[in-house]
Design a protein around this ligand. Structure first.
Ligand code: GLV
Ligand code: MN
Ligand code: MN
Length: 419
């Protein structure tokens, strides 16, 4: 075997290696949809770094990558999972996802530099399609793994070009018939700790570099479809139109009003697709996607009903028809309190924060104890090129992750579920 490269890496150094991959000249920032050339290149980068460290790499039927730092006994039960995702939103930042992967790699370097030998395996995972930017369902990889979505439904999902997830998998060398859920396999892990860039500015205000996560706001996505009558922009009198774009615009405004009237609610329309989409064409149909979030899932359901009612009414006023379809939903998640206490012991004084952003950690939390660490983001902005972390905070984050993993990987650390 080739001698291992034991050079200690830095998070900033690792991220600099991928700073050119998926840079989006049109939108700014990064566009790294799952199974795009950019995301595939990032996978290669991650695998190369895992192999360089002597980790054993396995890739599952949907392309989730897991890099194992084995113990001498090569036991597989009781492993501790860390990592995040490599895919991005369109025009996203450099840190959402890759920071968690790079930090986990550096945590391995740091633990080795400390002379630490784990009693349990550490697995660094890259979950595919966390953002749901290509196939519409957020955290698709972890949902499939845990059984939160069936393989049949996942394989039938289509991207904006009309290609199904099954077709895209096959094109990338995966056998769609091999796709299955593995909740028992997930339960064999002791814990999952995901480090992530903070997606707000709480840590800036608290003047602290790293926080421990407490909960994830319930969130879901719905596809709204308003169907009208496609026609000519010049020859169709204003009174003769059934324009779904007008109904969509009025609905989007109503969605904002509904969310504003409910404490702690967030509702967003960030993607809209007119068909056929011509400047001089009255659209025949407009699809747009609604992201709704609230800590109380029953309130989310009520918000959706208000939105549905408003949309049906406004569509009818334009002589159009409205449809609303749920694409994904994640209930509010509270992270395992015992695991969180372990993190608080390792990082005394670290602030504890909830988040409005979704994560694979929220999906895995349904089966195993899960925790998150957030690293300060000076701009407080995320899902945007303005997302940021200083080099110093990124290194501090990796060190704190190493501290936490060192505790969890030691034999004396009982599985959180036994405490
Ligand atoms: C993912 O980052 C989300 O919150 O949608
Ligand atoms: Mn994100
Ligand atoms: Mn993320």
């Amino acid at each position: 075997m080739r001698p291992l490269d034991t050079r200690p890496y830095t998070v900033a150094g690792l991220l600099a290696e991928i700073a050119h991959i998926g840079a989006d000249r049109l939108r700014g920032g990064y566009s790294r949809p799952v199974f795009s050339a950019a995301e595939l290149e990032l996978r290669e980068w991650f695998i190369a770094h895992a192999l360089k460290r002597g980790l054993d790499v396995e890739i599952d039927a949907v392309g989730a990558i897991r890099a194992w730092w084995h113990t001498r006994t090569r036991m597989t039960r009781g492993a501790v999972l860390s990592g995040s995702h490599l895919d991005s939103v369109p025009g996203g930042g450099a840190f959402d996802g890759p920071l968690g992967i790079a930090s986990a790699l550096v945590a391995v370097d740091l633990l080795r530099a400390r002379g630490f030998e784990p009693d349990k395996p550490l697995v660094i995972a890259a979950f595919p399609e966390e953002e749901g930017s290509r196939f519409g369902v957020a955290c698709l990889g972890s949902r499939l793994l845990t059984g939160a979505i069936t393989p049949e439904r996942a394989l039938a999902l289509r991207d904006p070009d009309g290609d199904s997830f099954a077709e895209v998998l096959a094109r990338n060398g995966f056998d769609p018939r091999a796709v299955s859920s593995d909740p028992e396999g997930v339960r064999a892990f002791d814990a999952f700790v995901e480090l992530h860039v903070e997606q707000g500015r709480a840590l800036v205000d608290l003047d602290a570099p790293v926080a421990i996560g407490s909960s994830i706001l319930g969130h879901g996505r719905w596809r709204a479809r308003i169907t009208g009558e496609g026609n000519h922009a010049g020859t169709t009198l204003m009174g003769d139109r059934h324009d779904p774009m007008v109904a969509a615009a009025r609905t989007i405004s109503a969605i904002r009003d509904v969310a504003r009237a409910t404490e702690d609610a967030r509702a967003t329309v960030g993607r809209l697709q007119p068909v056929p989409g011509g400047t001089n064409v009255i659209a025949s149909r407009v699809d747009f996607w609604i992201d709704v979030r609230h800590p109380d899932d029953t309130v989310t359901a009520t918000l959706l009903e208000s939105i549905r009612n408003a949309m049906e009414l406004l569509a009818a006023e334009e002589g159009c028809h409205a449809d609303l379809t749920e694409e994904s939903f994640s209930a509010t998640t509270r992270f395992d309190p015992t695991l969180r206490r372990s993190l608080e012991e390792v990082l005394p004084g670290a602030p504890v924060l909830d988040t409005g952003a979704g994560h694979d950690a929220g999906v895995l939390a349904s089966l195993i104890p899960t925790a998150m660490l957030f690293v300060r983001n000076p701009t407080g902005v995320s899902h945007s090129p303005a997302e940021y972390t200083t080099d110093l905070d990124a290194e501090l984050g990796a060190e704190r992750l190493a501290d936490v993993l060192q505790q969890l990987l030691a034999e004396h650390a009982r599985p959180a579920y036994l405490n």
